[in-house]
Design a protein around this ligand. Structure first.
Ligand SMILES: [Zn+2]
Length: 240
């Protein structure tokens, strides 16, 4: 059974509902300019982790220096000198560290001792990611909900899972589904929903230069396919 996936591009912030939306079914839809999602797994080479992080940083620094020099920048300038190394470190240790499964947060689950059987919602989780088509920031909020099936998860763990999948070159649709799949597997339930509302710098600062659109993606699984359940979740998102 295919989980429902909805992508909505909204003109003007937080006007959920009147944007264009379509169902994402076969993984080959074209979504916006140059934004083509292919698979749910991040496309990685087989040898992705043969180099150590230090070796990767050395190579990236060297190559980034080449890029800067090709653009005509004088790397002997005090201000530019350290940039290749700084960028290499930032790529490997910070903004793309979620490529490496070794950095995946360990998910500790707890028995649902309170027998809480209503929907649990964690909203406004920071999303700091990077568009894989332009290597520019994607930033916004994720909202997550689930119904416990015997197990619950520490709330900060949800933030860590969102952050882990965000810290890699991404498309928003894939990020949304990867977070949902991870939660389904940790919590041993299908009853999971993930909504992400994010701004893409590749849309706001280049190309079409639309500074006031945001993109909303949603993955509703299990009980959340039910319209009433979904509406309850969306209602909580509007509460202050
Ligand atoms: Zn982009």
């Amino acid at each position: 059974m295919k989980d429902e996936f909805v992508l909505t591009r909204v003109n003007g912030k937080k006007t959920n509902g009147n944007g264009h939306s379509h169902h994402f079914t076969n993984g080959h839809d074209t979504i916006g300019e140059n934004h083509i999602a292919t698979t749910i797994d991040t496309p990685l080479r087989k040898d992705a982790f043969e180099l150590s992080d230090d070796e990767k940083m050395d190579q990236i620094a060297e190559k980034f220096r080449d890029i800067m020099e090709t653009m005509g920048l004088d790397l002997t300038d005090d201000s530019l000198q350290g940039t290749p190394r700084r960028v290499a470190k930032m790529f490997v240790q910070e903004i793309f560290q979620g490529l490496n499964p070794a950095n995946k947060p360990v998910a500790s689950v707890f028995e649902n001792k309170f027998n809480y059987d209503e929907m649990l919602v964690e909203k406004n989780i920071n999303v700091n990611s990077t568009c894989e088509h332009h290597f520019l920031p994607i930033y916004g909020k994720a909202h997550v909900a689930y119904f416990a099936n015997g197990n619950v998860i520490g709330l900060s763990k949800i933030n860590r899972i969102v952050d882990y999948y965000a810290r890699r070159p991404q498309v928003q649709e894939r990020l949304t589904v990867q977070i949902a799949n991870e939660l389904k597997s940790i919590l041993n339930t299908d009853d999971v929903a993930v909504v992400i509302d994010a701004d893409h710098m590749c849309v706001s600062s280049r190309g079409i230069k639309d500074g006031c659109s945001s993109t909303i993606t949603a993955e509703y699984c299990g009980k959340f396919k039910d319209r009433g359940v979904r509406e309850e979740f969306l209602k909580y998102l509007n509460l202050k």
